[in-house]
Design a protein around this ligand. Sequence first.
Ligand SMILES: Cc1cc2nc3c(=O)[nH]c(=O)nc-3n(C[C@H](O)[C@H](O)[C@H](O)COP(=O)(O)OP(=O)(O)OC[C@H]3O[C@@H](n4cnc5c(N)ncnc54)[C@H](O)[C@@H]3O)c2cc1C
Length: 419
Amino acid sequence: MTTTDLFASAPEIARPAPAFLPTREEGLRRLRDFLPRAGAAYAAQRNFDDGPGRRNVSVLSPWLRTRLVTEEEVVHAVLARHAFEASEKFVQEVFWRTYWKGHLEMRPALWTSARDRAAALHADLAPDLASRLAAAEEGRTGIDCFDAWAVELNETGFLHNHARMWFASIWIFTLRLPWVLGADFFLRHLIDADAASNTLSWRWVAGLHTKGKHYVARPDNIASYTRGRFSPRDLARDPQPLVQTGDVAAGPLRRAEPVKPGVPSLLLLSEDDLHPESAPMPWADIRLVAGFASPSARSSRPVGTPAAAFAVEAVQGAVHRVASARGLPGEMLPAAIRDAADALVALCAREGVRQVVRGFLPVGWTADAFVALRTALGASGIHVAEILRPWDARAWPHAGRGFFPFKARIPDLCGIAAG
Ligand SMILES: Cc1cc2nc3c(=O)[nH]c(=O)nc-3n(C[C@H](O)[C@H](O)[C@H](O)COP(=O)(O)OP(=O)(O)OC[C@H]3O[C@@H](n4cnc5c(N)ncnc54)[C@H](O)[C@@H]3O)c2cc1C
């Protein structure tokens, strides 16, 4: 056995969890640290959940989700270090994010219906559901692994992918709680909360994404992949997948509103894309940078402190980074949507700006909140333009169906010749 083989098969020992610092430097530092492990070691070890401080997976999702570090740079860094065949599993996982985003762009109703159903249930919770929901969210169900994951999520804002799958499965099939309330719970607490990855993963576990194919958490699988930390009993053994009435057909992708060249512009940054430096922005026209973060728009219920703080500080930090590098003024808008709309219009008037340019807003709560901002800007005659990244423009059109046909396009999307 060579040293490389030894490295590939050795369990990656969990260390104390480093803080989730919402800066690009921290995302790049984590990427550099993880790169040697992104090949065979990742493929062999990724399904184990050793608890906070885990090193067998990248824990890059908070930075990828906000695009403090982009999918493109992560995939290119990994492919510069490993052959495609060795790092295929990791690269595929990064493309799951891209796939889910494209898939939801074509079916925005999957987001709005889950969001609205969760809000309606929360507004009128029957007493029995309210107490079972509180027990699940606070980790008081008596199912040891589930309770530990609920506490880990509340306290750290993060869960391993396998734990998210087990947790969602137990929520739906053993505790028999509505899946939309589980998805809402995740959105309120995950630092990497993302409308597409979260909503569509919950649907996948429930058996609504691939009809009739649900994910059932098994005690022996949990015991193996937590290396014996948990050994639950009494999980639902043979649950049926959920069924949905009515189908949501794929519609066309929304087109980005083009930039008007030569118009004095404000660059607006939000949670969905915090690295404008790598996007084709009309820099010569940008007069100032503003930031908008509205984590409370994720849900009708309060958002957890780690998740809200990460989102707000990530946007604040990016505004500061971009504005100071370019010698431009930089400002944060208020979090309340009405106030943000007024402040944005006032900023544009103050700086003589006639156009707001922003990264393409994918389906989710920031796009929901932006409707009010767009209306206020429109009423003041200010054009809103958006920049769709070439990465999304190339990949999203292929995300209409299942992941398998999409997966076949990954080498091409990475710029690797087929065969
Ligand atoms: C029920 C459920 C809910 C989820 N909710 C979210 C969410 O709100 N936000 C979110 O970012 N991810 C979500 N995921 C996907 C996944 O669990 C996380 O992206 C992953 O655990 C992040 O850890 P990591 O960075 O160590 O991943 P790694 O294993 O190191 O993977 C590298 C990167 O690939 C991407 N990735 C990996 N697995 C997935 C996946 N299944 N779906 C989409 N992208 C993936 C992430 O960007 C991740 O950072 C959810 C999964 C499930 C089962």
